[in-house]
Design a protein around this ligand. Sequence first.
Ligand code: SF4
Length: 180
Amino acid sequence: MTLVKKTRFCKFIRDRLCFLANRQRGAYVHLTLPPSSIPLFSETVDWVVRDLKKLRGIIVSGTTAESLQDSFAYTTCDRQKLKELITLKADEYGWQLFPLNQPKVNQFLFDPKHAIREPGACSLAKRVKSLDFQGKSVGKCIFRDSADCSTCACNLTALTRSVRQVDWATIKGLITSFYG
Ligand code: SF4
C-alpha cells in the first residue's frame, strides 16, 4: 500500500470511529418473557415503539426454568405462539425491529425439533465461560447447572446456531446491532 493510500485508509477509519463515538446512539430493549406474559407481547411492542425515544430494536427471549413442570417453563404451544407474534409484529414494523430474532433464529428458538437437551449440544455453552465476580465458573452457562436445557428459551443459543449456519439475515442483524 502506498503512503497516500495508507493515509486515506487511516483517515477513513478515524472518521468512521469518530462518527460512531459522537452520534447519539439509541438503545435495544431485551424482552425476556415468562409464558404468562406472552398475551401482552403485542401491546408491549406497540408501547415500546411508540413511547421509547431512540429505540434501535427489540430482542426477544423466553424464560429458562429448572424443570418442565415449573410455571415459567415454556410448552411447545407457548413457543409457537411467541414465534407467531414476533412474525406478526415484524410484518407490521419490519424485521429490522427484531435484528436478533430473524426467522432462522426463531426457528432454532421455538421449533421443537431444534430443542437442546444437554449443554454438549449448546453452541453457547461450548464457547462461552460464565464466571462469577471472583472469576470462578458458575456452571455450564449463565443459567448455572440447575437450569434444564430442554426448557431453555435464551435468544443467544439460537442466535449462535443461526450464525453458524451462515444465515445472512441473522449476520446482517448482528452487524447492524453492533455498528448500525
Ligand atoms: S440452559 Fe440454555 S444456555 Fe444453558 S447450556 Fe442449556 S441450552 Fe445452553
